[in-house]
Design a protein around this ligand. Structure first.
Ligand SMILES: [Ca+2]
Length: 581
């Protein structure tokens, strides 16, 4: 049993130096080289952990405020009951639980004089399954999202509903998605990883005092920045977590943000309205390209069903320049100009520095580029979010948020932006590439050696964090672990899905149950059945589904490199008609 007096988890990652880090950590080619250099984890199968055993909380939730008093550096601000059914999930009532609110490590910022603290909530089921779930949140954190632990679109289940004790936090800043906290050196580190290091022993102690024992098994999950938190935890805090659930993880977050800004610069060159980058590549044009992709790729998985399951084969089959008509007159949605093709092709390829080094990953062509979420990340969020996240959190010293010109900053030359990723000053001595990224993510020997498992899912039409980064990570991890990667880590691409959810895709799935089975029973996930959210879906309808798909269409999500392939004669709407191969 660990206690709060235990040391802050090892600081190895924070000690990394800036030199050469920016590019080295990113490039998949370099990842592969690093994998070979990282040493063998040793032979033998990954060990198997046993199952958690349930326990109950039989007291009064309000009494927890006293029960939890005196946890170091922690103030419990409230504790109360949430009655059964007060939280609903896809029409089902979530069981009664205690909700505890508090703050950890309250302090005054040394640079800006503002009040900082790691605000959190824990939801503690009366009927507890014996497990802890640490929920990583998205974006720039800064707000305590309800601690439900749910994934995908219109969730039909979540961790709280399954009986986990779930923790959610603001990761150490109160900016509610803004980036002023980048001025505070400690808030940067908390956002990167240290909030998790502080919260975990506290949450374990809350669980121990509530139920009379600590968690038998612990899980960390989130999507986007939450997926980043999950993989960071897998590398920095492996001794604390048994199961890692990483959705669309933000590998090399500083560089993907920089790639977003560079993409905005590229789109501006073909936008007909410079104040609206979406005019560079209109919805009609994106749908037209999506149809061109389907024409070449849809049947490669054995059935023309409006979905491209064989993403890898599609990259060889589809050629933007050849397969999309080139405009001979005015743009009318049926063609792209040569200049548009140059821009779109370069953004799918990813930015490259003048000396040939790649800054960020490529993206695969997939019909999901028709999704609104795809456009949001391509055209709106570069200026609206990536500009200040790079200016305030990646760059050292940070820009002055007062008077910060997002549009002007978005136009910063690529070479300059990439320099920011490894920038430091005496006041900000740790570069963003160190505090934001997982530490040597291809070396998960510690997690593996104690029986930990990683389940990763990623939308193939994610426009901000490329699914290719997750696939590249798995390939390098597998190489680093002597070809045994799939024993403890699996990547499930979700064809057509945008960032974390949405798009023409089966984006409704339970990824928690398969991970728990894997961790605690040794049943590795060979396929995960996912569904679309058509009319009548109990949780939330996805308006972006093409006409003609059954409202309850299902598909297996398959672990890379397997692909869902149709078995002739089956019902095309049913996952049972597909095999992962
Ligand atoms: Ca197909």
């Amino acid at each position: 049993m660990r206690h709060l007096t235990e040391r802050q988890p090892r600081p190895s990652g924070s000690a990394r130096t800036a030199s050469g880090l920016a590019i080295a950590t990113l490039s998949l080619a370099v990842l592969s080289l690093a994998a070979h250099a990282s040493g063998s984890p040793g032979p033998g199968a990954a060990p198997q952990l046993g199952p958690a055993t349930p326990a109950s909380f039989t007291g009064d939730c309000a009494s927890l405020q006293a029960t939890l008093a005196g946890i170091p550096n922690t103030t419990i601000t409230s504790a109360g009951t949430v009655a059964a059914g007060a939280v609903m999930l896809g029409g089902q009532p979530v069981a009664a639980h205690c909700r505890v609110l508090g703050t950890l490590n309250e302090r005054t910022g040394t640079v800006d004089g503002r009040a900082y603290g790691i605000d959190f909530e824990m939801r503690l089921p009366l009927q507890w399954n014996g497990r802890f779930f640490h929920q990583g949140n998205g974006g720039l954190d800064g707000v305590v999202v309800p601690a439900f632990a749910q994934f995908g679109g219109g969730p039909v289940t979540n961790g709280l509903h399954q009986g986990f004790a779930v923790l959610s936090s603001n990761a150490g800043n109160r900016d509610r998605g803004d980036a002023n906290f980048g001025a505070d050196p400690q808030a940067r580190l908390d956002y990167g990883y240290q909030a998790v290091g502080s919260l975990t022993p506290m949450a374990r102690e809350i669980i121990r005092r509530t139920y009379g024992k600590g968690p038998d098994r612990s899980y960390f999950g989130g999507c986007s920045n939450g997926g980043r938190h999950a993989l960071v935890a897998a590398t920095r805090y492996a001794e604390w977590y048994d199961g890692i659930l990483a959705g669309a993880p933000a590998f090399t977050l500083p560089l993907s943000s920089i790639a977003q800004l560079w993409g905005a610069q590229r789109y501006l060159t073909v936008a007909t309205d410079p104040r609206n980058l979406g005019t560079a590549f209109t919805p009609a044009e994106r749908q037209m390209v999506g149809r061109a992709i389907l024409n070449r790729c849809d049947a490669l998985d054995g059935v023309a069903d409006g979905m491209v399951q064989d993403t890898a084969a599609c990259q060889a089959a589809f050629d933007l320049r050849r397969d999309v008509p080139t405009c001979t007159g005015a743009r009318d949605g049926t063609c792209l100009t040569e200049a548009q093709k140059d821009v779109v092709a370069s953004i799918y390829d990813g930015p490259v520095l003048r000396d040939g080094r790649r800054v960020y990953s490529s993206f695969p062509f997939d019909p999901g580029l028709s999704a609104e979420n795809w456009a949001l990340w391509e055209f709106t969020l570069p200026e609206a979010r990536s500009s200040f996240s790079v200016g305030m959190i990646v760059k050292a010293p940070p820009e002055n948020m007062a008077g910060f010109d997002r549009r002007a900053f978005t136009m910063t030359p690529l070479e300059t932006l990439v320099g920011y990723a490894s920038s430091t000053t005496p006041l900000y001595p740790v570069p963003a590439m160190s505090f934001m990224n997982p530490v040597n993510p291809t070396d998960m020997a510690q997690l593996r050696s104690r029986g930990g498992r990683v389940l990763l899912y990623h939308g193939v039409s994610d426009a901000v964090f490329s699914v290719n980064t997750s696939i590249g990570w798995f390939r390098a991890l597998d190489a680093a672990h002597g070809g045994t990667g799939a024993e403890f880590a699996r990547v499930f691409p979700v064809p057509g899905m945008a960032h974390c959810a949405g798009g023409p895709a089966t984006d409704q799935f339970d990824v928690i149950t398969p991970l728990v089975r894997w961790v605690e029973q040794g049943i590795a996930p060979d396929r995960i059945v996912a569904g679309v959210r058509g009319p009548g879906n109990a949780a939330a309808v996805n308006a972006e589904l093409p006409a003609g798909w059954a409202p309850n269409r299902t598909r297996p999500l398959c672990p890379y490199p397997q692909v869902a392939r149709f078995v002739p004669g089956g019902n095309v709407e049913d996952a049972a008609s597909f095999v992962c191969r």
